[in-house]
Write a protein that binds this ligand. Sequence first.
Ligand SMILES: NC(=O)c1ccc[n+]([C@@H]2O[C@H](COP(=O)([O-])OP(=O)(O)OC[C@H]3O[C@@H](n4cnc5c(N)ncnc54)[C@H](OP(=O)(O)O)[C@@H]3O)[C@@H](O)[C@H]2O)c1
Length: 249
Amino acid sequence: MDLKSKIILVTGGGSGIGLELTRQLATLGNTVIICGRDACKLAEAARVTGAQAIAGDVTSADDQDRILSGIQEQHGRLDLLINNAGIFLPYDFATDPDALHKIESEIAINATAPLTLTRRALPLLNMSVQPGVLFIGSGGAFVALPGTPVYSGTKALIHHCAQTLRHQLKPHGITVFEALPPVVDTDMTSVLKSDNFKKMKPADLVRNILEGLRRDRTEMLVGQSRQIKLLSRIAPAFLFQQFAKTEFH
Ligand SMILES: NC(=O)c1ccc[n+]([C@@H]2O[C@H](COP(=O)([O-])OP(=O)(O)OC[C@H]3O[C@@H](n4cnc5c(N)ncnc54)[C@H](OP(=O)(O)O)[C@@H]3O)[C@@H](O)[C@H]2O)c1
């Protein structure tokens, strides 16, 4: 996929991996639109990257429609939808008083929203000559992370859906990409005790993803995610035990 003069929507573009994607894509001369719930954080990200900010929650159907209508009115098409917004919630399923809310939000943000937003974006993607959808998945798709009862399940769902949508959207000319990062140094992973994992820098991850897009690598296993996938096939119990040692702040 060519990465110049594209109209690109990055969900969760106000921080972390989304902000770095926005920064590097804008530097290449693309028009980047970012969304997120925190309007102040989003405005600051837009200021430093030159992106256009549309505040909104990806789990809200109204907000999805409003974000896409804004792009339709201003640009008339969408070349690349990057489903990046996500949350990571370590908690105890049995004892956390807020568990019911956490279960629903994590599934809504990480699993349901990328799919419903993609479905709603199809008419705009169809206006592009080279449309694409990129899901930011996770190496966690290949291993159940014992401290986070739901997170890895949402990423496993996205991993499967990326494959089914790649197949179903191909006749429509839409290429479906998935990037599966390892642990990356962002706000999301500040809950992990730092000596447990070597965290990849967002800039390095994003360089890797953009190179994958340019080379049309539809499934991008980055860094340690390769080993995680391999171990999940040959030594799944060992892998699970390693992740069970993860400590959280
Ligand atoms: N960091 C890692 O180690 C790692 C590894 C593998 C995969 N990933 C995946 O990479 C993606 C980005 O993670 P990150 O590390 O960059 O996390 P982050 O720094 O916490 O950023 C997540 C972004 O998503 C936005 N967001 C969350 N809920 C949203 C909602 N309902 N509507 C709109 N925006 C929402 C947040 O903004 P608001 O709060 O303002 O809405 C925030 O800007 C996630 O999908 C994550 O699962 C991360």
